[in-house]
Design a binder for this molecule. Structure first.
Ligand SMILES: *Cc1c(COP(=O)(O)O)cnc(C)c1O
Length: 237
């Protein structure tokens, strides 16, 4: 299994390199986040010795378990799943960045928790780029309001944007969504607030990370292509 992990990661690295070259970009400007939901402490720790920059978790419980058992080998962990208010206290202090912030209410709770822990919590705003009803993330036109609100906070800093686009039939279609997010990212780069910077553009998963790199992604979140198909504890119906 360790050999397999190593091979998978090396193959992603070389495809990242190719996509970056195609886009005339420096591959060192693109981070590889291992999306390790449902993977065990042991497997995640085995993967951490290879060329992964950071880990992404979707559930507070898994973040606690892996963080507290040194599964990440001192690499950072980000929170990338939908975050419930009552779980914020477990995530602040463990996640370097909470990538999935999608409401003012959540920002408010993160601020309170970060103040309590005397830390500065970095976050990304998740954008529902395909305007899908079933998806989390804010609508694009809500972003100025969120940014204005976040500018009043003392313990929260917005560092960029994240998206999960709709399932696409073709690379061309996927690139359109990624280009939309990139445009929004660029548009908000020059703003007047100290605690808001557009540095991280988190987009691209196993099936579309090359398209995302071609459109300017600075962080791809890859699960299946590293660990193989996920086994859920409970049957998904
Ligand atoms: C699971 C997950 C990924 C990775 O998905 P794969 O298709 O397995 O690469 C990326 N981002 C988020 C938010 C996820 O939940």
């Amino acid at each position: 299994m360790e050999n397999k992990l190593h091979n998978n990661i090396e193959s992603i690295r070389s495809r990242m390199q190719e996509a970056a070259a195609k886009a005339n970009r420096n591959v060192s400007d693109i981070l590889l986040c291992a999306a390790c939901k449902t993977q065990t402490v042991e497997l995640v720790r085995a993967s951490a010795q290879y060329s992964i920059d950071l880990f992404g978790e979707n559930h507070a419980q898994e973040l606690i378990e892996k963080y507290d058992n040194n599964a990440y080998l001192a690499k950072p962990a980000h929170f990338i799943g939908h975050l419930q208010s009552n779980k914020v206290k477990y995530v602040v202090g463990r996640a370097e960045i909470i990538q999935s912030v999608d409401s003012i209410k959540l920002l408010k709770i993160i601020e309170k928790e970060a103040l309590k822990k005397n830390t500065l919590q970095k976050v990304l705003i998740e954008i529902n780029i395909g305007d899908e009803e079933s998806k989390s993330g804010i609508e694009e036109d809500m972003l100025p309001e969120i940014i204005d609100y976040a500018s009043t906070l003392n313990a929260v800093s917005i560092r960029g944007l994240m998206c999960i686009p709709p399932i696409c039939e073709s690379e061309t279609e996927a690139r359109r969504y990624f280009a939309d997010l990139r445009e929004l990212f660029e548009k908000n780069k020059s703003n007047k607030y100290d605690n808001i910077a557009m540095e991280v553009l988190s987009m691209g998963m196993s099936s579309d990370y090359e398209a995302a790199i071609l459109e300017g992604s600075t962080m791809i979140r890859v699960g299946t292509a590293i660990y193989g198909a996920r086994k859920y504890k409970y049957q998904q119906v």
